[in-house]
Design a protein around this ligand. Structure first.
Ligand SMILES: Cc1cc2nc3c(=O)[nH]c(=O)nc-3n(C[C@H](O)[C@H](O)[C@H](O)COP(=O)(O)OP(=O)(O)OC[C@H]3O[C@@H](n4cnc5c(N)ncnc54)[C@H](O)[C@@H]3O)c2cc1C
Length: 440
């Protein structure tokens, strides 16, 4: 069986007039590498402070995860809050929840302040149980989140129905902050705002090497940038950059989009609140409606390629899994076809938390990455935090993220660790799905 595959999905297309590639020797106060949310947010914040910023992007702005993600703007952080609490204790877990909340607020501020039209629907997101047995776990998760300062509410089955949520989702935890947006329009809006603000953006300018020192020299095919500081904003792609610490691995995540639902199909689904939904699986499923009334969903499967390679994206086994899950959750949409599958790379640290740091012999190469699939909000805030770092001021959220972040072990241990962890997570999820089949 072949699946309709598109490299990057339908949110974004390469601009008709991409910014010119880097040519010759250029000087800047700061050179930013990577034009996704992290890099563009950092560049915009720096520019607002009058800094001369030059951004190098290997493809076009938004060609990475920022232009192809599912668009849930969410205060989700870490693997889950009970795990976060066990790993870091009450005080640090509270600070991390606050960081995640602030990330959503800051992103909303950026969207509004820059007037970015990205179809933002601030209806929250729901962590939903697909099996009644998960109710206890979700009640506990809601209680933990409230204790840590999260803005959540447990929704019992009746409340889910009152909100018009699809019947496959028995109960849930409503994250009241955030919602869903069009990720392509968001990153394209950031790109345009950066250009308008005077950021010098060069697309199709892959960085080949960074020579440490003050100034730092960043080389691309056509030229070199000489700058006081660098910001590396390449997230899942960071292993290609020699000076970067080996703290995140790239994982491939796949999505699908249906054809637009008709009015009667929408009514049959009864999803009037249009909240984003993710399931309480260990490797979650996500679903949302788009402005065109298509359903976009996916995940359930993550892929790691030996040696942290960015392997090609056509993944029929993953596509089959996510389509099967979709058909189970939305049986009322039997005749609705899936128009496209695509995927992209997320960056994962061993503790599932984002990292911000500095490297280089002159401590002037700053980086932020490792959002574990929650980067729409987190990457936007980390961009602003990177700007503060470059300017030598401490952002109020710095202390929440300060910790000794472990590096992934070298191969073949890294691959073995990925296999061992995902085997356990998939086994738990398979059990949930078997319980669900028996329950029917
Ligand atoms: C399929 C999928 C679904 C997701 N869904 C969600 C979601 O619903 N909600 C959520 O919060 N998060 C989600 N995420 C995660 C989120 O998209 C990312 O965390 C976020 O986009 C990271 O932004 P970034 O700018 O750090 O990285 P990216 O957007 O990946 O940007 C990195 C940029 O660096 C460029 N680059 C790399 N190497 C070089 C080089 N050598 N020289 C120059 N440029 C280089 C790349 O081309 C890319 O444009 C999802 C991710 C994927 C893949």
């Amino acid at each position: 069986m072949t699946f309709p595959f598109e490299e990057i999905g339908a949110w974004i297309r390469e601009p008709d007039e991409p910014c010119p590639p880097l040519q010759g020797e250029q000087r800047a106060d700061v050179v930013v590498i990577g034009a996704g949310y992290t890099g563009l947010s950092a560049a915009l914040s720096l520019r607002e402070q009058g800094v001369d910023v030059l951004v190098l992007e290997q493809d076009f702005a938004g060609a990475g995860a920022s232009g192809c993600n599912a668009g849930h703007l969410t205060p989700t952080i870490g693997k889950d809050l009970p795990t976060l609490l066990r790993m870091f204790g009450e005080q640090r877990a509270q600070a991390l929840v606050q960081f995640a909340d602030q990330a959503v607020e800051y992103t909303e501020h950026v969207v509004e302040h820059l007037g970015i039209e990205c179809g933002y629907e601030p209806n929250g997101n729901i962590l939903a149980a697909v099996h009644p047995k998960h109710e206890k776990r979700l009640r506990e998760a809601a209680a933990t989140a409230s204790r840590l300062g999260g803005h959540v509410r447990f929704l019992c089955g009746d409340e889910m129905r009152e909100r018009g949520l699809p019947r496959a989702f028995h109960c849930g935890v409503l994250e009241q902050r955030g919602g869903v947006l069009d990720p392509g329009q968001y990153v394209t809006g950031l790109r345009q705002a950066a250009i308008d603000a005077g950021v010098r953006l060069h697309e199709h300018s892959p960085v080949q090497s960074i020579d440490e020192g003050k100034p730092v020299r960043v080389r691309s095919e056509g030229g070199v940038v000489i700058a006081d500081s660098a910001v590396v904003a390449t997230n899942a792609y960071s292993r290609s950059i020699e000076v970067m610490p080996r703290k995140v691995v790239p994982l491939r995540v796949s999505l699908f989009e249906t054809e637009p639902l008709s009015a009667s199909q929408l009514a049959a689904v009864d999803w009037n609140g249009r909240e984003g939904i993710y399931t309480s699986h260990e490797v979650l499923e996500s679903y949302r409606l788009s402005a065109r009334n298509t359903i976009i969903g996916g995940s359930r499967v993550v892929r790691y390629a030996y040696g942290s390679k960015l392997a090609p994206g056509y993944d029929p086994a993953a596509f089959e899994t996510i389509e099967t899950a979709f058909r189970q959750r939305f049986p009322q949409l039997e005749g609705v076809s899936v128009e496209r599958f695509w995927g992209g790379w997320i960056g994962l640290g061993l503790d599932f938390l984002p990292m911000i740091g500095v490297t280089g012999d002159q401590e002037n190469i700053h980086y932020g990455f490792g959002y574990a699939g929650h980067g729409v909000a987190q990457a936007t805030l980390i961009g602003a935090m990177l700007s503060d770092r470059v300017l030598g001021c401490a952002h109020e959220c710095e202390s929440a993220l300060a910790r000794r972040a472990w590096s992934w072990p070298p191969e073949p241990l890294r691959y073995a660790a990925y296999k061992a962890v995902t085997r356990v997570l998939y086994a738990i999820d398979a059990r949930t799905d078997r319980q669900l089949l028996r329950h029917r």
